[in-house]
Design a protein around this ligand. Structure first.
Ligand SMILES: Nc1ncnc2c1ncn2[C@@H]1O[C@H](COP(=O)(O)OP(=O)(O)OP(=O)(O)O)[C@@H](O)[C@H]1O
Ligand SMILES: [Mg+2]
Ligand SMILES: [Zn+2]
Length: 233
């Protein structure tokens, strides 16, 4: 798996600086901003979970998913650098066990391969990380976490619709999403909602509106729960 420390660069041997042999002066290499962004993800969750490590367009289950949706994901992955530079996202909508996470992990996998800074969280997990910084009563840790999250090129959030909502949750989601909205940084997420606008009741209207602008119309996944279908069939 790509680790922040393995960012290769043809110009600077990986140090992030170029040495001018004549003057002996060092200047920052063009890879340095990316190097810093990757280093910041070190304390964030940025690994593809084991179950999804070898998902691929050329393999099942992706090969047997709705081709229209798979093509849209493929297009995004093929142009991942431009998409992330423009802050474009994606969202996967549909009921349990229909392949939302599988496709979202494929996107994260491509972003990691392109050596972009990625953070991957389920929403409940992320909220609990934030809550910990509250418990520790450390304003500094809270700001540090939100700053790191805001700095990644791609924030991948799983299960946007499962969090039990209260004012605190809505406020946290708003802060995270609005930071990205303002900086034009990409978000991809999955949500088990029947209709796209049902998401607003889970995340709040203001957050929903920003997500829609960044991620567009959802990619709808349909059908039965494949986890159960596999066992039965
Ligand atoms: N279209 C499909 N055909 C066959 N198997 C599939 C399909 N979609 C998903 N699967 C399989 O079903 C399981 C669940 O997929 P995944 O975790 O991506 O679903 P999900 O939509 O994220 O579900 P949940 O809403 O519960 O998180 C995985 O083992 C996956 O390989
Ligand atoms: Mg899922
Ligand atoms: Zn370099």
């Amino acid at each position: 798996m790509t680790s922040p420390r393995q960012l290769t660069c043809p110009h600077c041997d990986g140090s992030g600086f170029l040495l001018d042999e004549a003057t002996g002066e060092a200047s920052p290499c063009e890879c340095r901003p990316r190097r810093i962004a990757l280093a910041r993800t070190r304390s964030l969750s940025h690994h593809i979970p084991r179950r999804f490590l070898d998902v691929g367009f050329d393999r099942n289950p992706v090969k047997e998913m709705d081709p229209t949706i798979v093509r849209a994901v493929e297009r995004y992955c093929r142009t991942i650098d431009e998409r992330l530079d423009r802050g474009e996202g994606l969202w996967f909508q549909g009921p349990r066990g229909t392949g939302k996470t599988t496709l979202a992990m494929l996107v994260s996998q491509h972003a990691l391969k392109a050596q972009r800074a990625v953070a991957i969280y389920t929403v409940p997990q992320l909220l609990s990380e934030i809550r910990k910084t509250y418990d520790d009563d450390s304003r500094h840790d809270y700001l540090e976490l939100t700053r790191r999250l805001a700095g990644v090129d791609l924030l991948h959030l799983e299960d946007m619709a499962v969090a039990r909502t209260n004012d605190w949750v809505l406020e946290q989601l708003y802060t995270i999403i609005n930071d990205r909205y303002q900086d034009e940084r990409s978000v991809i997420f999955t949500a088990d909602v029947e209709n796209p606008d049902d998401l607003a009741t889970h995340v709040g209207e203001r957050t929903y509106s920003r997500l829609i602008q960044m991620c567009g119309d959802p990619l709808p996944l349909r059908g039965e729960d494949r986890r159960i279908a596999v066992r039965a069939g």
